[in-house]
Design a protein around this ligand. Sequence first.
Ligand code: ADP
Length: 489
Amino acid sequence: MTDGYNISDDQIALLEKLPDPVLLIKRNGQIRFANQSASRLFGCSGQDMLARSVDKILSVKSRKNIKQILDDFCEKSDEDFVEKIDLTALKPDDSEFPVNVSIVYLSSSKDLVLLNIRDISTQTRVENELVRKNHLLNFAEEIVSIGHWQWDLITNDVIWSDNLFKIFGRDDKGVLNYDTYFSYVHPDDVAFVSERVQSIIADKKFYHFYHKILREDGEVKLIHLKGKVFKNEEGEVIEMIGTCQDVTEREKNEKLIRRVSILEAKSKEMEQFAYIASHDLRHPLLTIINYIKAFDEDFGNKVPKEAMNYLNAISNSANRMNKLIKGLLGYARLSSKKERVKVDCNKLVKAVLRDIDSTIKRTGAKVQVGELPVLKGYEIELQQLFQNLLVNALKFKKPDVKPEIEISAKTLAPDSYSFAVKDNGIGIAKKYDEKIFVIFKRLHDESKFEGTGIGLANCKKIVEIHHGTIWVESKLGEGSVFHFTINPE
Ligand code: ADP
C-alpha cells in the first residue's frame, strides 16, 4: 500500500501503534494507509479506509479546503515543514466534528503526506463554553458596574476585563502596567492609594479601599477595589487579583437617602410639635370659649351693645381658632403605622356620596363614578381623601353653574393605581398648583368660600402614606382635575 514511497515496515508498525489517528494520503487525496486509531475515529476498518478518498471523511466545506491545502503544502513546503489546520470531519452517521490536522512528509516523496488528526470536539466545546461564560461575565460586570483586574508584580503586567476599560473610559486596549492604573488615580487620592498599595504588599493582605479616578474625558468616578494577594514560596507577594466597582451612582443615591432620612426625621419632629402644640393649645382655648359663653349667659343683657359686638367678634375668632387647631390635630395624627386592609373604592366612594348627599342635592350636582379598584390601603384615611376632594369640587363651583364631577381610575402596575377627580368649578391659577397643598393655604376669603385650608394638606399626607403623589391640573375659570396615585407597601 505504501510501495514506492520509501517507507519501511518499521515505520508503518510505529504508525500503527500511535495513539493519535494517522493517515497517509496521496496529493490527490487518496488514502494509502490508516492506523487503528484512525479506523476507530472514522468507524471504518483500515482496509475500507484505503478504498476512500480523504474527501469522504471531511465535511463539504472542509473538502473544498483540503484540496487547496494539499496542493499548497506539496508546492511550497520543505521536508521538515509541519502545517497545522482546523477542519471539520464526518462520523459514519454523517455527524460533523472538529479536528486539528497536522500535515508532514514521511518519506522523501512529495506525493505522499502524513495527516495526524486530533479530535478536538471536547477542546472546542470547552473553548466555546469559555467564550460563552466570558460573554456572560462581561454582561454581569456591565450590569453591576464591576470590572476585574490582575497584576503580576514580577513582570508588572496588568490585565483588565472589558468592563474595567469602560469604567476607566479607556479605549486603548494595548499593554497595561501598574503605572497605567496609577495615572488614573485622582490627584486628591494619589498619596492615599500609593500608601495603601504599599501596606497591602508589606502586610501581604488585601485591604479593600475606595478612591476617586480622573478619566481622560474629565469625568470623576468613585471606585471600590477588592482583591486577593498570591505569594511565592518565600512568602513574597507576586500577584494580586481583584474587582473594581464603579460606586459613583451608589454613593450619590446613598447621600440622597441620608438627606431624605434627615428630612423625614425633621418632618416627624414637626408633626410631633404640631400635635403637642395643638393638643395643649386646645385646653386654654376651650376655657376662653366656655367663659365667653358663660359671660354671654350671665351678663349678656347687662353690658352695652357695643361691648357685646366686641365679645361676639372674640367668640367668632376663638371658634375659628378651635376649628383650625382641631384640623391641625387631625393632620398631625395621620400616619402609616397601622396595617393596610382590603378597600373596595367603589363601596367607599358610594358611602362618601351618601354622607354628602344633602350638599349634592342642594347644589344640583351630577356625579359620575367609573369602575374603581379594590386595593390595600388605610380605609378611614382613603374615605377622608375622597370626601375632601368631593367637598371641594362641590364648594368651589362657579356661581349659577351646577357642579359636574367625574371620578375615574386606571391601573398603572400590579397594586399601583392612579385616580382622577374632575370638576367644572372655578379652577385654580397655575402659580398655585403646588401651594394649595400646603397646610392653611387658601386662595379665597373666608366670607366667599368657608374653610380652614387643611383639606388638601390632609389629602397630600394620606396619598403619601400610600406611597403615592397628588397633583392638580387646572386653569383659572375652567375646572380642575385632581390626580393622585396609590402604590403598594
Ligand atoms: P379649604 O377647602 O378648607 O379652603 P383645602 O386645603 O381643601 O382648604 O384647599 C386649599 C385651597 O385650594 C382652597 O382654599 C381653594 O382655593 C383651592 N381649591 C381646592 N380644591 C379646589 C377645587 N376643586 N377647585 C378650585 N379650587 C380649589
